[in-house]
Design a protein. Structure first.
Length: 235
């Protein structure tokens, strides 16, 4: 449950990053080329597809983590490394929100060709009157590289199973939902998520959360190392 709440908090606090990266697309889905009026159906279809992809990715990473532990026995270093990645990315996202300079930009640029390919291939779906097209677009858009998603996937990989990993990413996706729904349906209300005050407040909380998680990783690793050495000494 703690893992799920961490993922939910990451999604909520990262809303300012989500609005800057996915906000324009969410707005286009709401209005579309077939109607200038915002559509609840198109907005929900797009976000449902996006969150479904996050959930599937989470299940995949959870299964991967489970198999690694199953093949090699429980390896504390693997879980610690993944938690460390999640903490560092959360810290980077927090610093980016507070400073206004994206510390995740280089990470996202590294995989940007994937995002460009998805945008190019799915562009015709935006002109369709069918909600299923926007659902499919959401599925595809969930694959667009994003530093916050990488961080949440690192958490999912430590969950211990496909089901737990999928649930972790579902919570993360739900955390991003309020901001992106507001972007699509009420642009004025959505501006609060990109305001300097919200960005700095959310960034500060992300930094604190990342620092706490980083400290927990260090403390747990130190404790496990001490126990390991004690066991060897007793033998």
């Amino acid at each position: 449950m703690i893992l799920n709440l961490s993922a939910l908090g990451l999604g909520l606090l990262g809303s300012a990053h989500c609005v800057s990266m996915c906000g324009p697309v969410a707005g286009l889905c709401a209005a579309s080329s077939i109607s200038v009026r915002p559509s609840v159906g198109r907005t929900l279809a797009f976000n449902s597809g996006r969150i479904a992809t996050y959930t599937l990715l989470g299940a995949t990473f959870g299964l991967l983590g489970e198999n690694i532990n199953g093949l090699y026995g429980f390896v504390p270093q693997v879980g610690a490394a993944l938690r460390l990645v999640a903490a560092v990315v959360a810290l980077a996202a927090g610093v980016a929100l507070v400073s206004g300079k994206s510390a995740l930009a280089s990470l996202e640029r590294f995989a940007s060709p994937i995002g460009a390919l998805i945008r190019r291939r799915t562009a015709p779906w935006m002109r369709s009157p069918q909600l299923s097209s926007f659902l499919a677009f959401g599925f595809a858009w969930g694959l667009v590289p994003c530093g916050l998603v990488y961080s949440a996937l690192a958490l999912a990989a430590t969950s211990g199973s496909a089901q737990a990993g999928g649930t972790t990413m579902l919570y993360f996706g739900l955390g991003t939902l309020p901001a992106l729904v507001l972007v699509g349906l009420a642009s004025r209300a959505a501006r609060s998520f990109s305001s300097p005050l919200f960005r700095r407040a959310a960034g500060t909380l992300l930094i604190v959360a990342g620092a706490v998680q980083l400290a927990n990783v260090v403390m747990s690793t130190t404790k496990e190392s001490c126990c390991h050495h004690s066991t060897i000494a007793e033998r």
